[in-house]
Write a protein that binds this ligand. Structure first.
Ligand SMILES: N[C@@H](CCC(=O)N[C@@H](CS)C(=O)NCC(=O)O)C(=O)O
Length: 215
């Protein structure tokens, strides 16, 4: 069964697509244009009641929330493609810890920067300079913690690339491109080497090449 992924142009679906490529799972995409409001059509809300992308359909099975989708496929096809969840229960614990850090600490400030700075002008959202400054300060603290971790560990969850690293690519890409916040990564030796390593994986290069970012 070919997996259908909705909304490939946007960052959160790219998280899922990178995971499917790492696992060698066949997929096809369905374009959803958020700027035209296609994410709020009754048909789409029937699949994803919160009106955000991605959602996947795998035969009769429908699933949303990008990190839940990645966990599902990484578990379901554990022995196929790249092992993304660690090899032991302890390693799995580390993967889950750093996935949570990505979701709870890293994601919110980057998402806000992307929404206000890049999509704001297109969606008529007014910039809140105080909040933008706070977002950047939060990211400085997050990357300081990552620098310490990556000083002694090749990847966030240990010696191997995992979902925890992969989950940073979709929005980390914005920091390194349209947002022009490369300094957050480049000013930190170990974070910088980690970023070069994970963003040069063939899976990620393929995602960016196949599905260009809209902004
Ligand atoms: N927690 C959700 C968030 C998904 C999300 O924020 N998607 C953005 C695109 S990257 C979106 O659809 N935004 C449209 C909107 O908020 O109206 C997930 O990880 O799947």
């Amino acid at each position: 069964m070919v997996v259908k992924v909705y909304g490939p142009a946007y960052a959160s679906p790219k998280r899922v697509i990178a995971c499917l490529i790492e696992k060698g799972i066949e997929f096809e995409v369905v374009d959803i244009d958020i700027l035209k409001g296609e994410n709020t059509s009754p048909q789409y809300l029937n699949l994803q009641p919160f009106g955000v992308v991605p959602v996947i359909q795998d035969g009769d099975y429908t699933l949303y929330e990008s990190r839940a989708i990645m966990r599902y496929y990484a578990e379901k096809y554990k022995s196929q493609g790249t092992q993304l969840l660690g090899n032991t229960v302890e390693e799995r614990g580390q993967v889950e810890q750093w996935l949570e850090v990505e979701a709870q600490n890293f994601h919110a400030p980057v998402y806000d920067l992307v929404t206000q700075v890049l999509f704001g002008p297109l969606l008529g959202i007014t910039r809140d300079e105080t909040r933008l400054r706070q977002d950047e300060e939060k990211l400085v603290r997050v990357f300081d913690v990552y620098e310490e971790r990556l000083r002694t560990s090749k990847y966030l969850a240990g010696d191997s690339f995992s979902l925890a690293d992969l989950s940073h690519l979709a929005f980390g890409h914005y920091l390194m491109s349209s947002l022009k916040k490369e300094y957050l990564i480049r000013d930190r030796k170990h974070v910088s080497a980690w970023w070069d390593d994970i963003s040069n994986r063939p899976s990620w290069k393929k995602v960016v090449q196949l599905y260009p970012y809209p902004v």
